[in-house]
Design a protein around this ligand. Structure first.
Ligand SMILES: NC(=O)c1ccc[n+]([C@@H]2O[C@H](COP(=O)([O-])OP(=O)(O)OC[C@H]3O[C@@H](n4cnc5c(N)ncnc54)[C@H](OP(=O)(O)O)[C@@H]3O)[C@@H](O)[C@H]2O)c1
Length: 364
């Protein structure tokens, strides 16, 4: 698997917040060409991918064996991020398993599975920590590594475990969006004294690329990434330092949190195509209650020394990440970070998640 050059990569989730930086990193130097799956090749994001060069789009859904077969058959390696916020936990697990099986059958040589922590297991199977969009991925991440013990010479596999994007903490319409209250940027979230191992999207590109570039070492690896454990008092202090404007974190009990801006979505299924009458379907509220409990009780940590070794230039602190956002925003003509947090500018911000751009609609 060492002579993969140039490799054709089949990407599921390529038009998403995570997929975009991954594909950018893959095609940056011509070593990889990408075939990205999308239900809508005419979307703004699909066109953005095509403009990179060395990218083609396969129209279709991951919830269709014929489409998966078509995508995997013509590629050497694959990056698979199945959208649980579309499929819901049960369907996500089924299609993730079928993706692995079909990739193997169709001769893919190396597969990277876009994963999240198996939080329930890491919390000792305590249901306060049940988070469908984490457990649905995490179980399959373990299953893939288990299959890989016997399949590793036929198709190598690595699990790429991310976490809440750092961007989510400054973007509108996320579970951790801040609001400007009396001139103070304010995060009201149920985090207590806990911390979130937030992930820098731009570093996801580097890590995914590293996994494909080092298949011998990556085969069988679960690469769990983050910037650092971000306490929100620390986030607010870093924001003040970078922008010179006031910010604060207010620990908020779950009842108050769910009566806030997310109230309208609290009762909806966590996956927009999950069956609301199926008793296994978690509501947005139940799902994200488990999510906050994971961070509040610091269930999930990372091996930061390993990340420093794999990506010495990685973003290592939330302050560094905010400083980059400030600089990049100015360069792109969006204004300073502080200006971007003004309500009228927040409203104009292009959505981070394609899910939000599509208003939580679309086919499975
Ligand atoms: N939000 C976070 O902080 C975070 C962090 C880590 C991991 N995740 C996980 O990442 C996944 C979502 O990816 P994202 O964060 O990049 O979100 P996103 O920006 O909303 O993108 C969703 C992606 O999934 C694709 N997709 C959705 N349904 C599809 C289907 N039926 N067939 C083919 N492609 C489909 C979309 O492609 P088209 O619309 O072009 O078809 C798009 O590329 C979720 O499972 C989520 O749990 C989220």
């Amino acid at each position: 698997m060492s002579t993969l050059s140039p490799s054709r990569v089949f990407v599921i989730g390529g038009t998403g917040a995570q997929g975009l930086p991954v594909i950018r990193a893959l095609v940056a130097d011509g070593r990889y060409t990408v075939r990205a799956l999308s239900r809508d090749p005419d979307s703004r994001r699909a066109k953005e991918l095509l403009a990179l060069g060395n990218v083609s789009i396969l129209k279709g859904t991951f919830a269709d064996e014929a489409v998966l077969r078509e995508g995997f058959r013509h590629c050497d390696v694959a990056f698979v991020n199945i959208d649980g916020f579309n499929a819901g936990e049960k369907n996500e697990m089924y299609w993730a398993i079928r993706s692995y099986e079909i990739a193997l059958e169709e001769g893919v040589r190396f597969l990277v599975y876009g994963n999240l922590d198996y939080g329930l297991k890491k919390a000792g199977y305590d249901s306060r920590f049940r988070t469908g969009h984490y457990d649905g991925k995490g179980r399959i991440g373990e299953w893939i590594l288990f299959q890989n013990q016997v399949n590793r010479d036929r198709m190598g596999a690595a699990v790429f475990t991310t976490g809440p994007y750092m961007e989510m903490a400054i973007w509108p319409m996320t579970p951790m969006s801040p609001a400007l209250e009396d001139g103070v940027l304010t995060w009201r979230v149920p985090l207590g004294e806990g911390a979130v191992p937030h992930v820098a999207l731009e570093d996801c590109g580097h890590y995914a690329r590293w996994l494909f570039d080092h298949p011998e070492r990556a085969n069988g690896m679960n690469l769990e990434v983050a910037i650092e454990q971000v306490a929100y008092a620390q986030l607010a202090a870093a924001f003040e330092k970078v922008t010179g404007h006031p910010a604060r974190y207010i620990d908020t009990d779950l009842e108050t949190y769910w009566n806030g801006p997310l109230r309208a979505s609290a009762g909806r299924p966590a996956g927009y195509n999950a069956d609301p009458t199926d008793k296994s379907t978690m509501s947005f509220r139940d799902n994200f209650t488990g999510f906050w409990n994971l961070w509040k009780h610091q269930v999930i940590t990372r091996d930061y020394a390993l990340l420093d070794e794999i990506h010495p230039g990685r973003i290592k602190t939330v302050e560094q990440w905010l400083r980059r956002q400030d600089e990049q925003g100015r360069q792109l003509g969006k204004g300073s970070l502080w200006e971007r947090m003004q309500p009228e500018n927040m409203q104009r911000t292009a959505p981070l998640l394609k899910l939000v751009e599509d208003r939580g609609q679309g086919a499975l």
